[in-house]
Design a protein around this ligand. Structure first.
Ligand SMILES: NC(=O)c1ccc[n+]([C@@H]2O[C@H](COP(=O)([O-])OP(=O)(O)OC[C@H]3O[C@@H](n4cnc5c(N)ncnc54)[C@H](OP(=O)(O)O)[C@@H]3O)[C@@H](O)[C@H]2O)c1
Length: 214
């Protein structure tokens, strides 16, 4: 598939490299596509990787990964031009975090709305699937845990889009659990806070969620 990635932080680079290694065509979008970090990522990610502006990455992808700092997400979408997203599958990996010196991060939007729903409202013609927000970047590709693979919780309003995202996640080593419509982002974003809070409390970052069933 052609996959555009918005955001060149650890999440964008990790997912981008994972997809490129599985021979998807990946274009990384950045405000500064000629930066050393981006150029180096393209070199390391191999022949199916390239970089461009946010507009170019969004235009390129049939699937577009939003991997931006929450406070820059609306700007990234504006720079990419909202029309570039029409009809496309958006993987929303963001968490709407608010950072303040000396205190724990908080959910900027709270609990009666969510970043996933906000993005779907900003891009009504796109098919937003919330995914990868409840896992650490270090384990986004080929997660290996003693108890077997963890679960990737996803949600979104479009079933076809979720099937495509589940297939992509499976290629990266993730079984998925579908929680329903994009309104379930109200659950997945606090779950990410649980993941973050456990990391801060224990000083460890090698944990992931799995639903046990019998
Ligand atoms: N880190 C994790 O383990 C993890 C796990 C799950 C979810 N998340 C979420 O995934 C997202 C990405 O996290 P990250 O740690 O990879 O990266 P990050 O450092 O939060 O930033 C990612 C990218 O956002 C873009 N950005 C920042 N400010 C912007 C602005 N004003 N306008 C437009 N773009 C802007 C930048 O792209 P350019 O500089 O290239 O333009 C930057 O590379 C966040 O929402 C985070 O909460 C993170």
């Amino acid at each position: 598939m052609d996959i555009g990635i918005l955001g060149t932080g650890i999440v964008g680079r990790t997912l981008g490299s994972g997809f490129a290694a599985r021979e998807h065509h990946v274009r990384m979008g950045s405000r500064d596509p000629s930066s050393q970090a981006v150029t180096e990522w393209v070199r390391l990610a191999g022949p199916s990787a390239s970089a461009g502006t946010f507009t170019e990455a969004a235009a390129f992808g049939a699937v577009i990964v939003l991997a931006t700092l929450w406070s820059g997400t609306r700007n990234a979408i504006a720079l990419a031009r909202p029309g570039s997203f029409a009809g496309k599958i958006i993987i929303d990996a963001t968490n709407p975090l608010r950072f303040a010196a000396g205190s724990l991060p908080e959910l900027e939007i709270g609990f009666s709305d969510s970043g996933g729903e906000q993005i779907q409202r900003w891009l009504p013609e796109a098919r937003v699937v919330k995914a990868f927000n409840t896992v650490g970047a270090a384990h986004m590709v080929d997660p290996r845990f003693p108890g077997g693979p963890p679960d990737l919780l996803i949600c979104g309003d479009d079933d076809d889009a979720k099937r495509t995202v589940s297939g992509l996640a499976q290629e990266l080593g993730w079984p998925t659990l579908d929680l329903g419509g994009i309104d379930a982002a109200r659950l997945l974003e606090p779950l990410a806070m649980t993941w973050i809070r456990y990391g801060i409390t224990t000083g460890t970052w090698n944990h992931a969620f799995r639903l046990l069933r019998k």
